[in-house]
Design a protein. Structure first.
Length: 141
């Protein structure tokens, strides 16, 4: 449907990130992470490990959607998808910063079981998602 990138979020007036993101500040910061058990976002730690970067995890939460609200009210840093960061930055005092190590973008895709491939309701839902995100991509251009 579309491609996404990871970014860092920190509270808007975080003292360690006044001048932006650095690798040293990223390593020293306490991180809030979504529990990566069984989640595609575990790729973040695998990629960082290849670059000899280990996160200082201070808090684990069950899902990404709560991280911006926690970060906005703490000195924690979180790595989240860009669209999530942008959506919350418009509503809570978080600052969106690039990662100090560039992670490759990744694709967001729809998956379904073969048994439902021709199901009319599922076909409608798939088409609705594709249309929605195609329109979103056109609006970004």
């Amino acid at each position: 449907m579309f491609h996404e990138r990871y970014v860092c979020i920190v509270r808007a007036r975080h003292p360690k990130f006044r001048s932006g993101m650095t690798l040293e500040a990223f390593k020293k910061a306490e991180h809030a992470v979504a529990d990566a058990t069984g989640m595609a976002h575990a790729v973040i730690d695998r990629f960082l490990a290849r670059h000899r970067v280990k996160r200082n995890v201070a808090l684990r939460v069950p899902g990404l959607h709560v991280l911006p609200m926690i970060v906005a009210n703490s000195d924690l840093l979180a790595v989240v998808p860009r669209r999530l960061a942008d959506a919350f930055a418009a509503r809570v005092p978080v600052r969106v910063l690039p990662l100090p190590v560039a992670l490759p973008q990744y694709g967001i895709r729809i998956h379904w079981h073969e048994r439902y491939h021709n199901d009319p309701a599922i076909r409608w839902m798939r088409r609705a998602f594709v249309d929605l995100f195609s329109a979103h991509r056109r609006n970004l251009a």
